[in-house]
Design a protein around this ligand. Sequence first.
Ligand code: UDP
Length: 445
Amino acid sequence: MDSEIYYSNRVCQAIPQSFDIGCDANRPSHSRSSRQRIALISDHGDPAAEIGFEEAGGQNVYVRYVGETLAKLGWQVDMFTRKVKPDDPTVVQHSAHCRTIRLVAGPERFIPRDEIFEYMPQFVEAFEAFGRHEGVHYPLIHTNYWLSAWIGLQLKARHPVRLVHTYHSLGAVKYQTLAHQPAIAPTRLAVEKQILEQADCVIATSPQEQEYLHTLVCSKGRVEIIPYGTDLEIFHTIPKAEARARLGLNLDEQIVLYVGRFDPRKGIETLVRASVKTEAFAAGRLRLIIVGGSCPDQPDGQERNRIERIVQEIGLNERTLFAGQVKHNMLPFYYAAADVCVVPSHYEPFGLVAIEAMACGTPVIASDVGGLKSTVLSEQTGLRVLPQDTEAFATAIDRLLINKVWAIQLGACGSAQVRKQFSWHKIVSQLSELYQLLLSQQISQ
Ligand code: UDP
């Protein structure tokens, strides 16, 4: 499915914050709907946004697919996010029963997530105003990221709602990897504990996250493990020669791929420093492709500039291609063209890129952290190595580039594993069952 075409047909015109929807297809059908209603709240991860730049990444993808798949399963889904551009439509209709609603909370511009907490009370007010205007109540709210958890806690205190939460990233773990904690850290840690204690259920996206929650955040709270999924219609195997021809890439090169945001915690520096230590680099056959990131003047440009400087300094510039942001419908060609995909994160709550690469039949070398511990099975679907260990990454890359037959076997095994475990239909069906169970139970106070 080409998401760009898919969305453009369904976008309503921008509407004022009074929520006069002005799109006839919208309000009457929703008001009459007999479907069970759910609100997904994703303060900064706009499910209708382009993925791959600024802070748009796995959370946006997760909320979008959970919402769209829930609608296919019979739910009436509204996904709420903060409006970051005045020209963006306030409502994006994804399908007949699923839409994104952009609420005004603070200035209508991108603000880094560590700086938007002060606007969250406005978000709560805008959410309630929307509900009053539409005459709807959401008996179930699923929040995403700690900022949305705070919103959910305010709503739970005022309304009879079941509250489900997905963290996407845990401050308690992330701050261990940072030299300096941001000013917001104490607030975030307190909210992460409150939501675990007070939500009707918290979703851990990996066994590792569940362990972190109970050891680092709070021993109380109901936690269910339900991972992320991936779109198997988009991410599938393509013959390597076909993928390389499509992208204009040389068949003789050995391609190492990174896909993701430019963020220091993603560990791109580890990968570039490891690349120059490989035998493929020494033989002049290595091609490193870095996918993701926007223009130099965007907030993620600082990390991109830093990585580009390192690439220059270590003499890797001739062998590196910065492909920029790539849409989902083109990404399978990059994954399939690569001999190996590397996920060198210092901390990775789940790591969608790993299962996307695996779905495309490409072996993955990943840091031995977070969700990657359960998705990348070492010596079976790829290799896991210690984060930030450039020597270990270089050795792992060499092992897979040298033993091509084995690499193909690992790729095939990864593809089969993703098909079996990680389709969105399978994942969202589990969420749907959990929601139904919670709705059938007494509301916890
Ligand atoms: N992505 C993309 N285009 C890009 C770079 C990344 O569509 O140019 C997508 C990628 O396919 C994946 C998501 O962004 O679906 C990143 O999710 P992940 O969980 O790996 O990392 P996060 O961004 O959540 O830290």
